[in-house]
Write a protein that binds this ligand. Structure first.
Ligand SMILES: *Cc1c(COP(=O)(O)O)cnc(C)c1O
Length: 467
């Protein structure tokens, strides 16, 4: 019976296609799907849906998880990650020249891996294995994990345009991209992106630096300081009522209206995904340098905050290529924005949004406040992610203050969601008979270093009151 409501859903989409307004059709779909009978059917078919819809924190284990040797084919392969890494290397001289903060790493955008023993001793003393933080909050240029995907996508677009125009060859010194003539070449082209904040920040900053005419379409609840910073860096900021999906729709439409426009589509981007995936190659080296083994007796658990699923999906894809079945990746979503969880659990993927299930997509974790999952990323994560857990906003704040007190590391609320991952995995570990005594746990810290001090103080005090 649940299915019959989705036949209506399909009909509704086609009957609305004529007016060509994505938003409109989504709203109509929303009205149709949100009927109590259909929702009851979902809860009946998939019992965890009841807790998800009641906004209770849940752990969902992925019944479609496959061993690497059982996966027939994916839209991308390991070779694609290596090609993406080569693009980063070509642009390193340009990045080093334009962004002094990347001088230490010679134009590589990378973050430290840090063992957080004080946090572990104080709050998780009973956990088995070592606890690390992957410090993407400290990534240069964008201060969030979006420095990986967003900057990569704009660089590959710039390279394509320059190659087509005969301005460069791949073995040239890409310092050329810093020249006046390149910047004036790119100024005829526009780039658009819809964003809750961090993606816009990364796209806006790198695009403006290359000379593009860049517009960032933001939801009204995007943080003011992010809008201010973007305008300062030379991006246009347009604000939209409603949530992130609506900003994306508007941005997509307006950018595509320009024949020289390029839209960075967080809801369906292969390039964002590839940019994120490179993190796996870098992490492999960092683990090697730390003498951390990853094999059957030394499992690696990685906990990734999840919005549309692009960054956690890309990193999971990369890690699975590198470590195979010895790495176990979990996504973490806010209880109010479990978009990837609902997409995977119902098998409806990006055809459903959290609002279709009466969930409001209201969370303080603006980096994760996404109602509908990425089509591209979700199709791949489907076979690779071990599970997804949801977490309440107040827990995010609590973790923020706990980490600040014990490690002097300051994250934005979205970025703390991975820190409790190791507390969630017990049923999974049991089911797969995994021995944890030699495990390495990595919580992926996804953003925070650009948050103004005043805002951070408010975050911290909020968390402190909740501990
Ligand atoms: C964007 C973002 C995420 C999640 O990435 P998705 O690709 O949207 O899943 C996590 N944390 C922060 C801070 C982010 O900005």
């Amino acid at each position: 019976m649940g299915e019959s409501s989705f036949i209506m859903f399909g009909d509704m989409i086609s009957c609305c296609e004529g007016n060509n307004i994505r938003n409109e059709s989504k709203k109509k779909v929303f009205i149709i799907v949100y009927n109590q009978q259909a929702l009851n059917d979902w809860q009946h078919q998939i019992p965890i849906m009841k807790d998800i819809m009641n906004l209770n924190p849940v752990l969902w284990l992925n019944p479609k998880l496959k061993n690497m040797n059982e996966i027939a084919s994916l839209p991308l392969e390991g070779e694609d990650i290596k090609k993406a890494e080569l693009l980063w290397q070509r642009f390193a001289p340009f990045l080093e020249n334009e962004f002094p903060e990347t001088a230490d790493t010679k134009g590589m955008i990378e973050s430290p891996l840090k063992r957080i023993d004080h946090m572990k001793e104080k709050y998780f003393s009973d956990m088995e294995g070592a606890l690390y933080l992957k410090c993407d909050h400290a990534l240069p240029i964008a201060g969030s994990i979006k420095a990986r995907g967003g900057i990569y996508e704009v660089l590959q677009h710039a390279e394509n345009l320059a190659l087509e125009a005969g301005l460069v060859q791949k073995n040239d010194d890409y310092m050329k991209f810093s020249s006046k003539s390149f910047k004036s070449f790119f100024s005829q082209y526009s780039i658009g992106v819809g964003s809750t904040g961090n993606l816009g920040l990364s796209i806006g900053v790198i695009s403006a630096k290359l000379g593009f005419n860049v517009s960032v379409y933001m939801s009204v609840d995007a943080k003011q300081w992010k809008k201010d910073l973007l305008r300062k860096k030379g991006a246009h900021v347009l604000e939209f009522q409603g949530d992130f999906s609506e900003a994306i729709s508007a941005g997509r439409e307006q950018t595509m209206a320009d024949p020289k426009g390029y839209f960075v589509d967080d809801e369906d981007s292969e390039n964002l995904f590839l940019g994120y995936s490179v993190a796996a190659l870098r992490l492999k080296e960092q683990l090697y340098r730390e003498n951390i083994t990853v094999d059957a007796d030394h499992p690696l658990f990685v906990y990734l905050p999840c919005g549309v699923g692009g960054s956690p999906g890309g990193i999971t894809f990369g890690l699975k290529q590198v470590f195979g079945d010895h790495v176990h990746c979990f996504f973490a979503e806010p209880t109010h924005s479990p978009s990837v969880l609902i997409g995977l659990a119902t098998r409806e993927m990006d055809r459903v949004s959290v609002q279709d299930f009466g969930i409001d997509n209201r969370t303080e974790a603006d980096g994760l406040a996404v109602g509908r999952p990425s089509r591209f990323a979700t199709a791949i994560s489907d076979q690779l992610v071990s599970g997804i857990y949801t977490i309440e906003d107040k827990e995010l704040y609590r973790l923020l203050a706990m980490l600040a007190d014990t490690e002097k590391i300051y994250l934005e609320p979205s970025a703390t969601a991975g820190i409790t991952g190791h507390r969630q995995i017990e049923p999974y570990v049991r089911e797969h008979a995994i021995e944890l005594s030699n495990a390495t746990h990595i919580a992926w810290a996804t953003g925070g270093s650009l948050v103004p001090e005043k805002d951070m103080e408010i975050f911290y005090n909020k968390g402190k009151r909740l501990i």
